[in-house]
Design a protein around this ligand. Structure first.
Ligand code: GLN
Ligand code: ZN
Length: 757
């Protein structure tokens, strides 16, 4: 019998019930029992859904009120000392303190889970770190499901991945991998207790198999699974996802465990090789349904792969599942009442993916659901040649892109002269990253307009008034390059996506990003083009109010694609190229409308970097090219800016320079300019705005602090190429902090300028 399997189900609920419950609890509007009840209901509903769909191996402990890596830290008592935890009693408040910080203790760091947009709480290790089984969540949830008649397969992050993702925080010379032995013993206890509780399976996630591994990591893996193999009475499945095994294949297939899970979407090329190498005892879980995208699976093709693998290993050892946890998919298509039927018929969210898994497992056992297969074939065919997807003009244009389209007229040095002559900016020119506070008033007006309670004319007048206020304020403060404030934008991707052909939007397609913050990525389903100008009206209006240069403000092609669900019927690079051409049209129109400077934000440029080094060059090539396609349609004297929300550029600084933006702004204030190192070492040739104001904090920095930061920056960068700006956009802040902070910033620049004169 082929086993149908799931690695994890979205925990947020169909209507974001998890967010509502946790936020109410944090506010004090819901008590502990109420929070617990909300969690229990979400788990119950998820288990029931999976059972009803016919999934054999249903996960537990995939639920979390915040994050599963944080959950593991709590289970094994790895709580940083600053939280004053008593070392014995574990409960959800300890986790929330670590995630959100307390009066006396800053929150643990959070960072992206591999190359997803999900963020985990970074485990901290010090010389004093010990591990002890203090939590009970994994056992409690197993018992809870069992009481509901379901023997689940508990899931947890594996020891090698846990150590890899954590960091040493006490500045000691601790080698975190030396903690492996004591950590592994806790895993042994967990496995033993689960076995005693009646669990048949334990899934241990080790997605680091998708990374380039070093010897220390390999050693931990070998030790961990040799030791866990000694635990009787429970079968262990080690799961890799998010990529190919590549040169880790040998290590992976030789693990002494009962089952292995592979990502057969991203690793489709090696799936059969893994099957062929497997010894006779092992089960293979084939992750053939894409857990990270929203398209229906081509069931005929998937079935062919499954049949081949079955031929290798036999149906008795075959498990069929999603590539990774469905945490990264929206919950259910049933909620999408606004999407038309034709389009909906191309999609599968988490619930619909369960049906695909069960279909394949059944089909492998000669219980083929012919109706479902026929419907699926029809959907595939409809989508493949739908007129909604294919725009011959867009394809022709993308195919015709030539070197000249990726090249500015002159090199930076010559452009700079023309730009400076045209704009006549002073030394240390001041600007911001684009957005100003999205106040209640702004959000209310947008909502009213969306719901039809505010007419187009009224809303336009409202936005114009906001822009006029912002322009006046910037002039009063003495800014050198102004922005219009982005009041018209809900989100830097959605705003553009809504105006581009080839994009669609869901109503409830939320995916957890971190804690109670969820995102609703747009869907890029077809060839992308820009039917009409998207921002020109606002930028032009803003420019008409001032003699100072106004900066046009756009989102770049890589970010537009990185933060979306992307079509799977053509290479990502092709989709990015189409988006780049659409942005290019906007750039050219902004220039024609009289904007002397245009910023193209690439907040997600680094995030798009593939997990393995070997794949970096190919990515960087098309990512850089896309920026150049978007930006190179303008004359020499139009200044192109870009902005990136971070500053770890060490590995990719060459590519950043290759983008050839006239000016780049980055985040540097929190690291006290240390993060400029890459730019200094590389001798970054163009202009640069190292952020001097940390916009992530409500604190108002003093003028002197910013002067100090700027002095630090000009010690290592040529002063004539340094701009003065905050770390990022100001939309999440309030005017009460922003106004004084910006005044201090402009004054800081003035003072430096005066001293230099
Ligand atoms: N222009 C955007 C803003 O100021 C940039 C934000 C970002 O890159 N995250 O909000
Ligand atoms: Zn930013």
């Amino acid at each position: 019998m082929t086993v149908s399997h799931n690695l994890g189900f979205p925990r947020i609920g169909e209507r974001r019930e998890l967010k509502k419950a946790t936020e109410a609890y944090w506010k004090g509007d819901l008590d502990y029992a109420g929070l617990e009840a909300a969690g229990a209901e979400l788990r119950r509903a998820n288990w029931a859904k999976q059972q009803a769909a016919g999934i054999d191996l249903i996960p537990s402990n995939d639920f979390s009120f915040y994050d599963q890596v944080l959950g593991l830290s709590c289970l094994i008592g790895n709580v940083p000392e600053r939280f004053g935890w008593n070392g014995r009693d574990m409960n959800i408040d300890v986790a929330f303190d670590m995630a959100r910080g307390t009066q006396g203790a800053i929150a643990c760091e959070m960072t992206k889970w591999f190359d997803t947009n999900y963020h985990y709480i970074v485990p901290e290790f010090t010389k004093n770190t010990t591990f002890e089984l203090v939590g009970s969540k994994i056992f409690d949830e197993f018992a809870e499901a069992k009481a509901q008649g379901i023997v689940t397969k508990p899931v947890m992050v594996g020891p090698a991945t846990y150590l890899t993702l954590g960091k040493v925080t006490d500045g000691s010379n601790l080698d975190k991998f030396d903690l492996a032995d004591s950590l592994i013993e806790v895993y042994v206890q967990i496995a033993e207790k689960l076995a005693a509780d009646g669990a048949e399976w334990l899934q241990i996630d080790e997605p680091i198999f998708s990374l380039d591994l070093n010897d220390a990591q390999r050693a931990v893996i070998e030790k961990a699974y040799a030791r866990l193999a000694q635990v009787d009475g429970i079968k262990i499945m080690v799961a890799n996802y998010f990529g190919e095994l590549a040169d880790n294949m040998e290590l992976f297939t030789s693990l002494p465990v009962e089952a292995l899970h592979i990502d057969a979407v991203r690793g489709i090329k090696e799936a059969e090789v893994v099957a062929a190498r497997l010894d006779d005892e092992k089960y293979l879980s084939v992750g053939i349904i894409d857990g990270r995208n929203i398209w229906k699976t081509d069931l005929e093709r998937a079935l062919a792969t499954i049949e081949t693998i079955k031929g290798e290993i036999g149906a008795g050892r075959l498990i069929v599942g999603p590539s990774c946890s469905l945490l990264h998919s929206p919950v259910t298509l049933r909620s999408e009442t606004k999407l038309d039927d034709e389009f909906k018929n191309w999609l599968a969210f988490a619930e619909e993916k369960l049906d695909e898994i069960v279909f394949l497992a059944n089909a492998a056992d000669s219980k083929l659901d012919k109706t479902m297969l026929a419907d699926n074939k029809q959907a595939m065919a409809d989508r493949a040649d739908s007129a909604r997807i294919h725009d011959a003009a867009v394809k022709r244009r993308a195919a015709a892109v030539a070197d000249k389209d990726r090249q500015r007229g002159s090199p930076y040095a010559e452009r700079a002269k023309k730009q400076h002559a045209k704009m006549n900016l002073p030394a240390y020119p001041t600007t911001t990253i684009g957005s100003f506070p999205q106040t209640q008033e702004v959000r209310k007006a947008r909502a009213a307009h969306k719901k039809g309670r505010m007419s187009d004319a009224e809303y336009d007048a409202f936005l114009e008034a906001k822009i006029a206020e912002a322009v006046k304020m910037q002039e009063d403060m003495g800014f050198d390059m102004l922005v219009h404030g982005e009041f018209e934008r809900n989100d830097m991707v959605e705003y553009f996506g809504e105006q581009l052909a080839g994009y669609a939007f869901t109503k409830f397609g939320w995916v957890q990003s971190y804690g109670s913050r969820y995102v609703k990525p747009p869907i890029i389903f077809g060839d992308v083009s820009r039917p009409e100008p998207m921002t020109v009206k606002w930028s032009k209006y803003a420019q008409s109010l001032t003699d100072k240069p106004m900066k046009g403000m756009l989102t770049g092609p890589v970010t537009m694609v990185q933060w979306a669900f992307v079509r799977d019927d053509q290479p990502r690079s092709e989709t990015v190229k189409q988006v780049a051409l659409a942005i290019r049209d906007e750039v050219v129109d902004l220039e024609a409308a009289g904007l002397a400077a245009i910023q193209i934000d690439e907040a997600a440029f680094r995030e798009g970097l593939p997990l393995r080094r070997a794949d970096w060059d190919a990515y960087l090539k098309w990512a850089v090219e896309s920026f150049r396609i978007a930006s190179c349609g303008v004359a020499d004297d139009t200044q192109i800016h870009t902005h990136m929300c971070y500053s770890e550029f060490n590995d990719i600084i060459e590519a950043i320079a290759d983008m050839d933006a006239d000016c780049i702004s980055i985040e540097t204030s929190r690291s006290q300019m240390e993060l400029l190192d890459a730019f200094v070492a590389f001798q970054y040739p163009n202009e640069i705005g190292p952020g001097v104001y940390d916009i992530h904090s409500p604190r108002v920095p003093e003028k002197q602090e910013m002067i100090d930061l700027l002095k630090k920056a000009t010690k290592v960068l040529p002063a004539e190429r340094v701009w003065v700006n905050p770390d990022c956009g100001l939309k999440t802040r309030g005017w009460a902090e922003v106004e004084p902070a910006l005044r201090h910033m402009v004054d800081a620049a003035r003072e430096l300028r005066d001293r230099a004169a």
